[in-house]
Design a protein around this ligand. Structure first.
Ligand SMILES: [Zn+2]
Ligand SMILES: [Zn+2]
Length: 58
């Protein structure tokens, strides 16, 4: 039988999805888990840090 219960799963702090920790990235500010899907979309900070961040030059 195959064990699908991976201990590797973590909750992404940007989108809230449960994704593989080994495929994710840490938040550039606090180091919490960000999934690879968010990272591909250009999200490099968790929701809390993004909220904290003031939209600068644009
Ligand atoms: Zn995510
Ligand atoms: Zn963060």
């Amino acid at each position: 039988m195959t064990t699908l219960n991976e201990r590797d799963a973590m909750i992404c702090r940007a989108c809230g999805n449960e994704e593989r920790a080994s495929e994710g990235y840490p938040c550039v500010k606090c180091g919490t888990f960000i999934c690879v899907i968010c990272n591909l979309r250009g999200v490099v900070t968790c929701r809390a840090c993004a909220k904290d961040e003031v939209p600068a030059s644009k």
